[in-house]
Each structure stands twice: as structure tokens, then as C-alpha cells.
Design a protein around this ligand. Sequence first.
Ligand SMILES: C[S@@+](CC[C@H](N)C(=O)[O-])C[C@H]1O[C@@H](n2cnc3c(N)ncnc32)[C@H](O)[C@@H]1O
Length: 219
Amino acid sequence: MRLRNVPKSLDFAYNHPNFIRQPDNYAGKWAEECFHNTNPVHLEIGSGKGNFIITLADLNRDINYIAMEKYMPVLGKLIKKLPEEGIPNLAATNADAEKLAEFFEAGELECIYLNFSDPWPKKKHAKRRLTNIKFLELYKKVLKDDGVIKFKTDNRDFFEYSIEQFEAAGFLLKDVTYDLHNSSFAEGNIKTEYEEKFTSLGLPIYMLKAYKGNGQAAE
Ligand SMILES: C[S@@+](CC[C@H](N)C(=O)[O-])C[C@H]1O[C@@H](n2cnc3c(N)ncnc32)[C@H](O)[C@@H]1O
């Protein structure tokens, strides 16, 4: 079925079995009603073209993954990479993290990935940064008590700003590295499209894990 006001070129994406048109329909029941299981739910905000989350979903069939991307043409590129029949533990949705509280109930997520989020370098745009405390408070609500945010970026100023924001929001920081690919955390790291690009330019990648609780969560 074709939606109104939707470019025909994206029909394949809107009709794909992994595409979730109305994420608010699943608030509080993602595992049971979207994925039909009781497995933990992990969310990537700003999935871009999707290499990262598609690889994770392939590797970890016992975790449910949601790819959230604000721009439908970009989400279309992610969906294009999926098999026609879909992947059972992946949902792809065209949504804005601003509305996270409409999409998830308190404590519904085990993990949130923020990979190479837009740094919005101008001070006047700080509130748009996905690690601004306004967003961190939203994430805190929808994360489980032992939930974690995993954040990677190529931008040192943004990384340092984010550390301050995470600490101000009461997260416990662990595994903080200023050179992920030359650290002990490199093994098993899955590169995103942006990460491939920056790494090929010889730039260091910054990474941290921010725990809502005491950092005892499963990896
Ligand atoms: C710089 S790209 C990084 C893409 C991918 N994570 C990677 O590392 O290759 C940031 C992505 O986040 C998306 N984005 C930005 N703000 C968002 C928001 N508030 N909610 C959902 N997606 C967002 C953008 O559309 C863009 O695709």
C-alpha cells in the first residue's frame, strides 16, 4: 500500500517487514508485541545507513535492536541493506529522539547507542546535541536501572562536552578512551559508516560507556 506524500522511490522501505511506521504503538511492549519475545531491547539513535546495528543484530539474535533515524531517505539506505524477508530481531523506524518518551515506557531499554551523533559545534545549538542534558534526562527515564549508553565520536570537543553532561546527569562513566582503535576495547568493536571514514583519515575515535546505575550491567 502506498502512503500519501511519500516518494515512490521509498515504497520498498515503507513496505519492508522491519519498518515500524508508528513506534508509539509499541511503547511499553516492544519485546512482546514487536519482536514476539521477552529479550532485552537495545536502541541506536541516529543509525544512519545502518552498518553498525545490522551487524549487531546479525551477531546477537537474542537481543532486540531498534534503529531510529530522523531522516527517511537515510533510513531507506539502511533498509535497502536488509534481506527482503527481514531480520527477526531488528526494527527500523523513522523518528526523532526528541519524542523518545512517546515511544518507550520507563525502564524499557537495556542499552542506547549514540554513534557519531551530529556535534552541533556552535554554542547556540548545544541543545540539539544528542548528549545535551535535556536528552540525557530522557534517556535516563527509558533506560533500565542498570542500563547503559554507549557513545562514540570523532570530535574531541563534543566528547569532552558530553563527559560533562553525562556527569551532570548522574551517569557513571566507564571504559573512557581517547583512542578506541588503539585501546583494549578495539577487539569486537563494530565500525559505523562514519567511523570507517574518519579512521581511514587516521583520526582517533573517542568512546565511553555511561551507566545509569553502578556500572554492574551486563556488557
Ligand atoms: C553524523 S550521522 C552518523 C550516522 C551513523 N551513526 C554513523 O556513525 O555512521 C548522524 C545521524 O543521526 C541522525 N539524527 C540526528 N539527530 C537525530 C534525532 N534527534 N533523532 C534521530 N536521528 C537523528 C541524522 O539524520 C544522521 O543520520
